[in-house]
Design a protein around this ligand. Sequence first.
Ligand code: NAD
Ligand code: TYD
Length: 349
Amino acid sequence: MNILITGGAGFIGSHLVRRFVNNYPNYKIVNFDKLTYAGNLENLRDIESKPNYSFVKGDICDAAFVEKTLAENNITAIIHLAAESHVDRSISNPMEFIQTNIVGTVALLNSAKHFWAGNFEGKRFYHVSTDEVYGSLGETGFFTEETPYDPHSPYSASKASSDHLVRAYSDTFGLPAVISNCSNNYGSHHFPEKLIPLAINNIKNMKSVPVYGKGENVRDWLFVEDHASAIDLIFHKAENGETYNIGGHNEWKNLDLILLLCQVMDRKLNRKPGTSEGLITYVKDRAGHDLRYAIDASKLQNKLGWKPSLQFEEGLERTVDWYLANEEWLNRITSGDYQKYYSDQYVTR
Ligand code: NAD
Ligand code: TYD
């Protein structure tokens, strides 16, 4: 198989590329990425010289260039992760989300449809999406594959649109598509604008840890390598037109998660217990902040036999260890533009 992975230089994409390059030496893996602020080829240093890996810098919105890349590499499958992915940025600048997540996905669908020219035998278009398309839960209940879409942020609305368009191409043109909707990921190589890596970085540097509102929002956290293992399984085993939810049954209130992280960091940094907790700062809440996400992943478990490999406490320790051991990676990306974003974004209550 010759697989184009879009967004392979980002957080989840780099874990997926690494997994496929290492586990499938007979597949040709082409990483197609625009290298926005969130894309970092350093994430793939360990596999970049492998013979079954190559990188192409490009924008998914540029259909002609995408199609040229598909042809030059005789691509038989696409795993699509490229996206603008941060909710807060979608609130301050929605247009980039509309452009990449919606227009870019349609450009990619068109390129695949045109290049494969109706010969869909052995082809696959895998769209990687999020549980945020389902909206917000109250205190109880879970998102299943049948939950109606109800996105609230420009990010989740743009991802919902892209899911609909992938289904439209499947239903209308017979494009062999599958979709998965996953809960919040955490792990190494996560850009420090998202809650967990941002908190690790700030605690390490004795800076305040911003908690939105009262910290009562709930997220369902999955170790990124478990997301990659689920994508691998779905990619190989799902039937065309299917959707799978991916999640680890691991719900945490933001404040409880931060308190646990503070304990882990105090221990790892040999600080007096309670030191990091003192850094917690309550800041202005996110506009339209979804209260709770929680995934019912029983379809994936029952049909394909997938289970997450790690307990959260172990995954969090491993994540903290990685960030503490990779200071240079962090320092290189937390300079420049990111500093400006940080000062614009956070207003202390
Ligand atoms: P990320 O922001 O870390 O990485 C996105 C990657 O896409 C970057 O490498 C960036 O350079 C690239 N990219 C952006 N615009 C592009 C364009 N126009 N053309 C080509 N490349 C472009 O994102 P992530 O957290 O790794 O998320 C990857 C995918 O998984 C996204 O589709 C996201 O919606 C989905 N997802 C993320 C999570 C999560 O918790 N992070 C959970 C569920 C689903
Ligand atoms: P985030 O990592 O941005 O993921 P998402 O919004 O896609 O779920 O945020 C996770 C949760 O943490 C969310 O409820 C918002 C909250 N949050 C904070 O309290 N402080 C922060 O600095 C950030 C970035 C997020």
